[in-house]
Design a protein around this ligand. Structure first.
Ligand code: GLN
Length: 357
């Protein structure tokens, strides 16, 4: 796939409104936020008050360090087009980013190569199985002995087999170089230097034999080209990066505004690749409940077993909530409820258009 430069992509995006209105928008001007400050503050405050006392769900415990995280932690952050950050609750305490990292490693691979590299190597379909399913690998096109993606490619970069493969596709000649580009990309999206939570990394590295098996299987089937166990280790490290709700909301906002971090104003990834990232999030961001989530909110989103969820309202806001107790599908209970309420109050559903022309 041929990629236009950021400037050309931006020009393409403003072409239609400019033609319709006869106005020439100044290139690079900060877009006006779609909601007023009072609306955002009220929506966040209401969701925080409503769900503060909710005790449903349970911390993930298959990674021992996650069971020890304070289940009462509850933080909400929204970042709007002008780079303003709205918060409620605890937005300082960090949890491990876990599966939310998969979105940004996939985006990095798209940025370094192209969205075609992701869909051709991994696919962009829901597996209908758990995020760490080994059966899903067997049912994938190479697992079934097929040579064509079209034959049966029920795989995507947001479940572990696809995510470990995406990590293996990050360019670099050494572990440190690959890790440097992954962490650099995350830092740019968050707008600050993030660090690995050592206790989480060590805890997961000591108990991730299942992911090692997945990595080896993906290598055996030829999805991963080399160094499968290095890919698993780097993947484990990327999942252990510490983030607070503000970091996650800024990372989400980078996807809401064409790959530009609205807080730092820096272009983190090509605007042209953002739609593909959001498409995979919409398909598979909340594991097996992705369809239900999309039905309720319309928002591309991604959850992690650390308790965070990010969601993107394209052109409107990025939002993140952290609350460790998870439901049976592995998604934070309070984060889902709070994001759905806030997005609803702010008109965040991209499919909810009230006027047609
Ligand atoms: N590091 C975790 C794992 O691979 C991430 C899982 C998740 O957040 N769903 O098991």
């Amino acid at each position: 796939m041929q990629h236009t430069s950021h400037g050309a992509a931006f020009a393409r995006r403003i072409a239609v409104p400019a033609l319709l209105t006869g106005l020439l928008l100044p290139v690079g001007a900060a877009p006006a936020p779609a909601q007023t400050e009072a609306q955002v503050t009220a929506a966040i405050g209401a969701a925080y008050a409503k769900y503060k006392g909710l005790k449903e769900g349970k911390n993930a415990d298959y990674i021992p360090a996650l069971a020890k995280v304070n289940p009462d932690l509850f933080g909400i952050a929204v970042v709007t087009a002008d780079g303003k950050v709205y918060t409620a609750g605890d937005v300082k305490t960090e949890v491990s980013i876990q599966s939310i990292s998969k979105v940004y490693t996939m985006a990095l691979v798209m940025n370094q190569q192209s969205p075609d590299a992701i869909i051709n190597t991994i696919g962009a379909d829901a597996t209908g199985m758990r995020f760490n399913s080994i059966v899903s690998v067997e049912w994938s096109y190479k697992g079934l002995g097929g040579s064509k993606l079209e034959s049966a490619a029920e795989m995507n970069a947001l479940v572990n087999p696809g995510a470990i493969t995406a990590t293996s596709m990050v360019q670099g000649t050494s572990y440190d170089q690959i890790w440097g580009s992954i962490s650099g990309f995350y830092n740019a999206a968050a707008g600050r230097q993030l660090t690995v939570l050592k206790d989480v990394y060590e805890s997961e590295a000591a108990t991730n034999q299942r992911n090692q098996a997945i990595g080896m299987l993906m290598y055996a089937y030829g999805y991963i080209k080399a160094n499968p166990l290095q890919a698993v280790d780097i993947y484990t490290k990327q999942c252990s990066v510490g983030v607070n709700a503000k970091d996650l909301a800024t990372m989400a906002a980078t996807l809401a505004f064409g790959g530009v971090n609205p807080v730092t104003k820096k272009q983190v990834m090509k605007a042209a690749d953002v739609p593909e990232v959001l498409a995979v999030m919409a398909t598979a961001g909340l594991y097996d409940d992705s369809g239900k989530w999309l039905y309720l909110t319309g928002l591309p989103a991604k959850s992690g077993v650390g308790g965070g969820i990010i969601a993107v309202s394209p052109g409107k806001f990025g939002i993140a909530v952290i609350s460790p107790p998870l439901d049976a599908a592995g998604n934070s209970v309070r984060a889902q409820k709070a994001i759905a309420d806030i997005s609803n109050a702010l008109g965040g559903n991209p499919y909810a258009v009230t006027k047609g022309h």
